[in-house]
Design a protein around this ligand. Sequence first.
Ligand SMILES: *[C@@H]1O[C@H](CO)[C@@H](O)[C@H](O)[C@H]1NC(C)=O
Ligand SMILES: *[C@@H]1O[C@H](CO)[C@@H](O)[C@H](O)[C@H]1NC(C)=O
Ligand SMILES: *[C@@H]1O[C@H](CO)[C@@H](O)[C@H](O)[C@H]1NC(C)=O
Ligand SMILES: *[C@@H]1O[C@H](CO)[C@@H](O)[C@H](O)[C@H]1NC(C)=O
Ligand SMILES: *[C@@H]1O[C@H](CO)[C@@H](O)[C@H](O)[C@H]1NC(C)=O
Ligand SMILES: *[C@@H]1O[C@H](CO)[C@@H](O)[C@H](O)[C@H]1NC(C)=O
Ligand SMILES: *[C@@H]1O[C@H](CO)[C@@H](O)[C@H](O)[C@H]1NC(C)=O
Length: 659
Amino acid sequence: MGTCLWILMLMVSQVSPYRRPAEDSPCRVHQDDVDCSSLSLRRVPAPLPSSIRLLDLSQNLLQNLTLQDLPSRSSLRRLDLHHNQIQFLQPGLFRDLLHLEDLDLSGNALDLYAALHTPLGPLPALRRLDLSGNGLFTDMSDYFLSDAPALTNLSLDGNSITKISRTTFNGSQALQNIDLHNNVIIEIEEGAFEFLTELSELDLSVNSISCITDFNLVQLRTLNLSRNSLTNFQSLDMEDEFQLQHLDLRENKLLYFPVLPQRNRLMYLDLSRNLLRSVNCSGPLEELESLRESGYLLTAHDKPLTLCANERQQELGRLLYLDLSFNQLKTLSSSFFSSMAALESLNISNNCLQSFSVDSLRSLKTLDLSFNNLQNLSFSGGALPALEVLLLQGNALHLLDAHIFSSLPSIRSLHLQQNLLSICADPQISSGCVHLSDIPSLTYLYLSENSLSSIPDGAFKGSPLLILDLSLNPGVDITAASLSGVETSLTHLSLRGNQLHSLSIDFRVFQKLRSLDVSVNRLSGVSPWSEDSSVEILNLQNNRVEALGSALLQGRLRTLYVGWNPLSCCRNPQLLDLLQQERLHVPDLAAATCWYSGDVEQVEVSVSAALPELCSSADSRVLWVSLMVALALGLALVLTVSLKLCHSRKHRFKRGFKA
Ligand SMILES: *[C@@H]1O[C@H](CO)[C@@H](O)[C@H](O)[C@H]1NC(C)=O
Ligand SMILES: *[C@@H]1O[C@H](CO)[C@@H](O)[C@H](O)[C@H]1NC(C)=O
Ligand SMILES: *[C@@H]1O[C@H](CO)[C@@H](O)[C@H](O)[C@H]1NC(C)=O
Ligand SMILES: *[C@@H]1O[C@H](CO)[C@@H](O)[C@H](O)[C@H]1NC(C)=O
Ligand SMILES: *[C@@H]1O[C@H](CO)[C@@H](O)[C@H](O)[C@H]1NC(C)=O
Ligand SMILES: *[C@@H]1O[C@H](CO)[C@@H](O)[C@H](O)[C@H]1NC(C)=O
Ligand SMILES: *[C@@H]1O[C@H](CO)[C@@H](O)[C@H](O)[C@H]1NC(C)=O
């Protein structure tokens, strides 16, 4: 009981000391937080209580900050000054703010302050400092960092720094995270980061660094060098274990695989969008010499490039993610992967590989080999036991081992579009085609644009497909039994653009089919169809459909595409009612037209303008009525246009008067 009372009293006393800044202060106050952001302030409102913990002065018009502006010896912890026009800070301004941990000065004009060459003075407790977007160039950051012993996180993002010197971080030796993204750094002096023993994250992305020849930051966990001009990345040959886990070298000009630390913990390596021609970490000596002579390879301090012996297999036993996409790889020996026992995701898309083989990547889940020039592909038995997603689209695959996909026990998603494959009919046949039946894990299958000539009966039997894309195989022969075996699993089927004249598939037995795309064919309809069909989205666009059976429009159908068909409104008088049902969405209704046969030619009228009279009447009347309709429409158009014109002219006159 006593305790309760005590808590109650404590609560009262916490709430009740009712403090506010001066009566006329425009700031919002919540407990010890004062929010003065976005008030077009030119001065810091005074007086501020000394119990203040957070002061937000962001997005104002402050230019100068002096000792009088801030509550000295206060308990201020966070000060947000981002997006003002600050160009002057009184030296020693933060000396007495012994609790200030977080200072955001981003988006100001502190280059003007730095031009005074006066150190800002001590930042005794500061842990986080944001100086991004201040137009600072080389050495200017020194004036802010000269005495920041507790600083752990620093952002210098979006400045104009060209060089990191040995002294840059001398006054801030507790740094753990430095963000130098988006500067113009071309040089990093030797020893600039080495003494920062706590440094774990360094972001140097979007700079102009051309080469790293002696990487020795053993303490670093994450290094981002993406979007520089690196032609070369070499680690120093050291016995120490490097902590590096994430290395991002995306979008550089690397010609050779980086020389990684001998003992590393690398988990994530992004080498996409470089100029890799092989995964050797150096080329033949002559080639290097010629590159160097042509000025293409610049090495810092004119150090010789250490050739990594190709025998020295780089150990990458913890690597989970490797991205080599958008390079110029022609070959990739399977021994390259031999140390990568943990690799889960491998992306080699958009290279020039003609063949690919692996012996064993036991943890690999995703393999992207799309958009190469692959003709040969081989996985030795059981090489990829965990592979779930295989992307092979945009290659020239034609003759593969017939059982190549059945040998992948975990395969879930197969992207085979834009190749030249054919599907085996008979389980016995094993040349010139691939088996896609009896793969019990396979649920997504994409076979668009393979010039398939036929889908054999039961081609996918025993593979529990959810999504099947057979589009853009013009002339493909699909029989009633082609899809037998997947009736109970299939939810999405695309047969778009196959030049189909008829479709003998019995859609009544597809119990889970939700989306069916038969657009861009020559079909007059889809049947047999059940009245309680599960299909929700049906695409009939661009076919030869004249009539829509009412069965088709029942069931669960919600969305129907029916444009670009020669619909006959006379043959189905209730068509319009059906298409305009409340529950049915016809996104291309504007392109749905009714065709009436006239004396000389067919007359086309938008479905929404169709009238029953058009059918019953003589042909000439049909012509006449549709002419009237056209005339009326034309008139309406002319009227709207002229109205618009008048209107805009009026406006112009008005403006003319004002001027
Ligand atoms: C800020 O300080 C500079 C230099 O001390 C001075 O020239 C300028 O007038 C001051 N501006 C304001 C708004 O106080
Ligand atoms: C770096 O700081 C230390 C003290 O922390 C000082 O002794 C040394 O002279 C400084 N070095 C440079 C190059 O400024
Ligand atoms: C500060 O840096 C550390 C180490 O890189 C990081 O884990 C942490 O999220 C950063 N904190 C802030 C507020 O950015
Ligand atoms: C590296 O920096 C780029 C550009 O800022 C960013 O897109 C990317 O996500 C970063 N990489 C990592 C691994 O954080
Ligand atoms: C890569 O190294 C292997 C083995 O030393 C060599 O046969 C091959 O020619 C090299 N490839 C390139 C592109 O330098
Ligand atoms: C592979 O890289 C390409 C290009 O960067 C990207 O579009 C694709 O999504 C990646 N593949 C996977 C499976 O992440
Ligand atoms: C593909 O493999 C066949 C035999 O397996 C071979 O004759 C052919 O040269 C290989 N093609 C390529 C491009 O490696």
